[in-house]
Design a protein around this ligand. Structure first.
Ligand code: SAH
Ligand code: SF4
Ligand code: F3S
Length: 481
């Protein structure tokens, strides 16, 4: 039989997947029975490490939990189900997740019915699965990043058979569509447009734990964005490890620039962001689409990693500083008010003082608005972790602080240029550190503090910038946007 509309061969549609639905209903029924017994609804607590893709996945895990009858727990202490969605990108993220899960041991002792789940990138690695199997006996269910759609089934089997389920990750090449989502915000939303990565940068674990690139169909993405705009979402971020390769595995010839243009056609009051772009395939066509777009933020996050061609080659990044410079020049020429941010890594194996100075010199020239900076962390199983010329920790941290110091001056200068201008800011509400000061973000993702009121939350405001620091802008509200 012919499908009604083209569905890429790798797609598993969970919209009508009987198996997934069957287990959702089975757990829901068990939870209803428990509620009748105890008079209390079971609650789920989701803790997320890592990038926005993991945040987006966690909203789906929370959505599945909600379909299965779990209410949201505000704190792990009151939860009947704890889901820890892990990250493997640096050692620190892994150690933090393990240490927090270690603290859940006492919760399990207090409430033996508590179910503890670990999932996501870290536990996709076989050695971490083993570690959890042996050293964390109170963790009940473990599954990897591509098996999320099996969560209801695993939970049901665990409840039925009361046994631990540690599922080795098998690369499924699937795009699970139609999973329920419980979004954390009513005005900012993530939309994954593709999963996985084919680039194998030599330092990076992501391709090993997230598998090969799989793109969603443009129809599924567009209808998700249309629905979000209809629901009043104001800020929508398209996610992928390398959004520029969107569509290479689809048959309709729609690349990322085409997809962005199609989304931009959707009528409404919203802004589209996207991340992450890889410099090797950030095209002029894409930049032209942003320049002429109506809803596309004038923000480009373009990770450079290093300013040294020698190191870029060893990283397997497939571009050199000159290529990056060309992309940046075109970007600034076509979109003069663009905010450009980047990722920089120091201490990659073999990085000499000269290589590091190339990075500093490139940053001085490129004048990024902001960077995310990282100290290289060896990842088991990646080529760079095997390199003999690892950089001593004290050299790494010295370079890291020099990097930060230089970039802080550049960021401050870039923010100071905005003093006196008016910017469109999406209001998030009272700031974390001082509830009397309100915060929001510009299209370029810069944080702005101002005097706000409750009805501003989730709305675009026009803010006149009065003061700048390296990491924040301060301003006064002029009007609702
Ligand atoms: N797909 C995106 C980002 C992936 S991870 C991209 O290609 O840019 C986000 C950032 O983490 C990377 O840009 C890199 O700077 C950093 N990172 C990745 N692996 C790392 C490692 N082993 N040690 C330190 N930082 C790392
Ligand atoms: Fe990692 Fe490179 Fe893929 Fe980004 S592009 S996720 S840094 S392998
Ligand atoms: Fe971490 Fe996985 Fe994202 S390793 S950075 S959560 S893709």
């Amino acid at each position: 039989m012919e499908a009604e509309r083209p569905v890429a061969s790798h797609q598993l549609s969970l919209r009508d997947s009987e198996t997934c639905q069957k287990y959702i209903l089975a757990v829901k029924k068990a939870n209803q029975e428990k509620r009748e017994e105890t008079g209390r609804s079971p609650r789920a607590y989701v803790l997320t490490f890592g990038c926005q893709q993991n945040e987006a996945d966690s909203e789906k895990l929370a959505g599945l939990a909600s379909e299965m009858g779990y209410e949201k727990a505000a704190h792990p202490d009151e939860a009947d189900l704890i889901i820890v969605n892990t990250c493997a990108v640096r050692e620190h993220a892994e150690q933090k997740a393990l240490s927090i899960v270690g603290q859940y041991k006492h919760l399990k002792a207090r409430n033996p019915e508590l179910v503890i789940v670990m999932c996501g990138c870290m536990v996709t690695q076989a050695f971490r699965q083993n570690e959890i199997k042996h050293n964390y006996p109170y963790v009940d269910i473990v599954f990897g990043a591509s098996s999320m759609f099996r969560f209801p089934q695993l939970l049901w089997e665990h409840m039925e058979k009361e046994r631990r389920l540690i599922i080795p990750d098998e690369e499924t090449y699937l795009v699970a569509e139609g999973l329920p989502v419980r979004r954390n915000s009513t005005y900012r939303a993530w939309v994954s447009i593709m999963y996985g990565c084919n680039n194998f940068c030599t330092y990076c674990i992501v391709p090993y734990v997230r598998g090969r690139e799989r793109s969603r169909s443009k129809e599924d993405i567009i209808s998700e964005v249309e629905e979000l705009v209809k629901q009043g979402y104001k800020d929508i971020t398209l996610l992928g490890q390398n959004v520029n390769s969107y569509g290479h595995d689809n048959q309709d010839g729609v690349d990322f620039a085409d997809l962005l243009a199609l989304i931009d056609n959707i009528e409404g009051d919203y802004t589209i962001h996207f991340m992450t772009s890889h410099p090797k395939d950030a095209t002029e066509k894409l930049i032209d689409v942003i320049a002429s777009g109506r809803h596309i933020a004038h923000h480009f996050h373009l990770p450079l990693q290093s300013g040294s061609d020698r190191i870029l080659k060893a990283m397997n990044r497939h571009y050199d500083a000159q290529h990056y410079r060309k992309v940046l020049n075109y970007l600034r020429q076509r979109i003069p008010d663009v905010t450009v941010t980047s990722d920089i890594m120091v201490g990659f194996p073999g990085e000499t003082e000269e290589d590091f100075c190339d990075t500093l010199a490139f940053l001085a020239e490129a004048r990024f608005d902001m960077i995310f900076s990282f100290i290289y962390s060896p990842r088991k199983g990646t080529p760079a972790a095997e390199a003999a010329d690892q950089i001593p920790p004290e050299v790494k941290s010295d370079r890291f602080s020099r990097l930060l110091q230089q970039q802080n001056e550049i960021s401050l200068e870039s923010n100071r240029r905005l003093v006196g201008s008016t910017l469109r800011v999406l209001c998030d509400g009272p700031s974390k550190n001082d509830p009397d000061v309100w915060s929001g973000r510009t299209d370029g993702n810069k944080i702005v503090f101002f005097d706000g009121s409750r009805e501003d939350i989730g709305r675009f405001l026009t803010i006149r910038i009065t003061r700048a620091e390296a990491f924040a802008l301060y301003g006064e509200k002029e009007s609702h946007g």
